[in-house]
Ligand binder design. Structure first.
Ligand code: FES
Length: 125
């Protein structure tokens, strides 16, 4: 690999606007191979991979209750501050990323998403 940014280096990426976050209560964006959902709680913004760890439903249409984002498909709950699973049927966390407001931009610090690997016997959880 020559000079330049290594593919595994994390960097801040804009995934939406502050207006969108304020208007919709969340921002959904794609960058570096990831789909992410960003929510704001008080003065802090939090980013999760937009993919439930149970059966891969998109989390962005889920209800936000306090710090918990509820999967719209089967109701698993995830703490948006760290992605931890706090309610079944999921048992694994979802990936979380650092997030910030930078002027009008909603930014998430992301690595390049690794290439897909073969699933282990089709087990999601
Ligand atoms: S896909 Fe999210 S709880 Fe089943």
């Amino acid at each position: 690999m020559g000079a330049g940014i290594a593919s595994n280096e994390v960097r801040w990426e804009c995934v939406g606007s502050r207006e969108e976050l304020e208007q919709d209560g969340r921002v959904v964006g794609d960058a570096r191979g990831w789909s992410v959902v960003v929510v704001q709680i008080d003065d802090e913004v939090h980013a999760l991979e937009n993919r439930c760890s149970h059966a891969t439903a998109a989390l962005d249409s889920g209800v936000l209750q306090g710090c918990e984002l509820i999967c719209p498909l089967h109701g698993a709950r995830f703490d948006v501050r760290d992605g931890s699973c706090v309610g079944p049927p999921a048992t694994r966390p979802v990936r979380s990323f650092p997030a910030r407001l930078n002027g009008n931009d909603v930014e998430v610090e992301l690595p390049e998403k690794p290439a897909l690997t073969k699933p282990k016997f089709g087990v999601f959880n």
